[in-house]
Design a protein around this ligand. Structure first.
Ligand SMILES: [Zn+2]
Length: 424
């Protein structure tokens, strides 16, 4: 019999400024971390006094913020050879044509993408990959996160076979995972998975209390394909005719009709053709959205009506998408782009990158802000906003977007650290 591992020693992490996001800023603030979770928060003087003998890691000229929550990403694409942007249908066609070549380097790309996320302050990441192929790289990265296993029903004879196969895969992948890493199902998109398979997958996920990820209302071509049945080539991207389009409604209405939308669903993009009526459907069904504005811009997919969705109470988080449609895995950089696009203030921006992402994924009790009881998931950023400054949140968001993350801690464990504490 092996003895149980000794509980890790408590540690106090402290910084010149702590922005908990869900509570007011704390100057010279500190967290007591026990067993990976936040046991106390307050001024360093107080936390230090109450916990004599506990190791202190103090970054006096840095700011501590919650770790970024990436609500939609693909780890398995590499930097530097993205298919050409501008047209979504042309991009996705080229992507599909390169799938055989991609097999050789997907694991390396996934490792690199995960590392980049870690080094830019992400602590929770949502990956979508075919049959969950990027799970090993997420699991070894130190990140908390979920891999959504995509499936493609055209590879099977019946919807039952298609869904059975992905379901079996998901259940197998769940065996022996590190803590805080999970696997769920993804219905890739309205133009790649037929309605019967989509409905069946969603019904089974929902019955089990699982979650679901989908791409929805992303491109003009998708809107056209669902509405009219034509999609400038999108209706046969795998060389198989997708004959279920042309239903005369928006992708959001279509997804609602086939049972894909409930509070456990995260819908990525919602960029093109999202009407007032669609936003009402999103609000009524309680579905959450992942906003990926840089990918939308690269692929000519318009601008997601995020202010309107937030105004109607739709939960919105941020996603980087993958390196074939987006310039980086830096979620803070993605968020700063959204802040400028929609005219948000720094406070909203910092929330979008952290707490709102956690809410969108239904994990706000566990992460997304610096609060007692949550996991100690945070980033230490090279920024020291002066007291009485205009917006410390904006200053820190800009620094984090620009490579200013110096330390990333997930579940109390430093997974990235390029500075010595005390010297900052
Ligand atoms: Zn995506």
């Amino acid at each position: 019999m092996t003895a149980p591992a000794p509980a890790p020693q408590p540690v106090i992490f402290a910084a010149g400024l702590v922005l908990p996001v869900s509570a007011p800023p704390i100057r010279d603030g500190a967290l007591l971390v026990e067993n990976g979770r936040i046991a106390a928060i307050g001024p360093l003087a107080e936390i230090g006094r109450d916990n004599p003998g506990v190791e202190v890691r103090f970054f006096p000229r840095y700011t501590m913020i919650p770790g970024a929550v990436n609500a939609h990403a693909h780890l398995g694409f590499r930097r530097g050879d993205a298919p050409r942007g501008g047209s979504f249908s042309a991009w996705v066609k080229e992507l599909v044509s390169r799938l055989p070549e991609k097999e050789a380097w997907t694991p390396e790309a996934a490792r690199y993408s995960a590392r980049e996320a870690v080094e830019t302050g992400t602590t929770f990441l949502t990956d979508s990959s075919p049959y969950g192929e990027c799970l090993p790289q997420l699991a070894e990265s130190g990140l908390a996160g979920t891999v959504y296993a995509e499936f493609f029903s055209f590879q099977f004879d019946t919807p039952e076979e298609a869904v059975d196969s992905v379901e079996k895969k998901v259940l197998a992948l769940r065996e022996g995972l590190p803590p805080r890493v999970g696997v769920e199902m993804s219905v890739h998109a309205p133009y790649t998975v037929d309605p019967e398979s989509s409905h069946l997958a969603a019904t089974r996920a929902r019955e089990r209390g699982d979650r679901l990820s989908i791409h929805l209302s992303e491109s003009p071509e998708e809107v056209e394909s669902v509405r009219e049945g034509t999609g400038r080539g999108l209706e046969d991207i795998f060389g198989v005719r997708a004959d279920w389009g042309g239903v005369g409604v928006s992708p959001v209405r279509y997804a609602e009709r086939i049972g894909l939308l409930w509070p456990g669903t995260i819908a990525a993009h919602l960029a093109t053709g999202v009407s007032e009526e669609d936003i009402e459907i999103l609000a009524q069904t309680g579905v959450a959205a992942a906003h990926c504005p840089r990918s939308n811009e690269y692929l000519g997919c318009g601008v997601s009506p995020v202010p309107e969705m937030l105004g109607r109470g739709v939960r919105v988080g941020m996603g980087t998408d993958g390196l074939w449609s987006s310039p980086s895995m830096n979620l803070f950089e993605e968020t700063l782009f959204a802040v400028r696009l929609h005219g948000f203030d720094g406070e909203t921006g910092l929330k979008l990158a952290t707490l709102f992402g956690a809410r969108a994924l239904g994990i706000e009790e566990e992460t997304g802000s610096i609060e007692v009881g949550k996991w100690a998931d945070f980033a230490v950023v090279e920024a020291a906003p002066v007291e009485g400054g205009e917006s410390p949140e904006m200053e820190v968001l800009e620094a984090a977007a620009d490579g200013g993350v110096a330390v990333t801690v997930a579940g109390g464990v430093p997974i990235y650290n390029r500075v010595e504490d005390g010297t900052g």
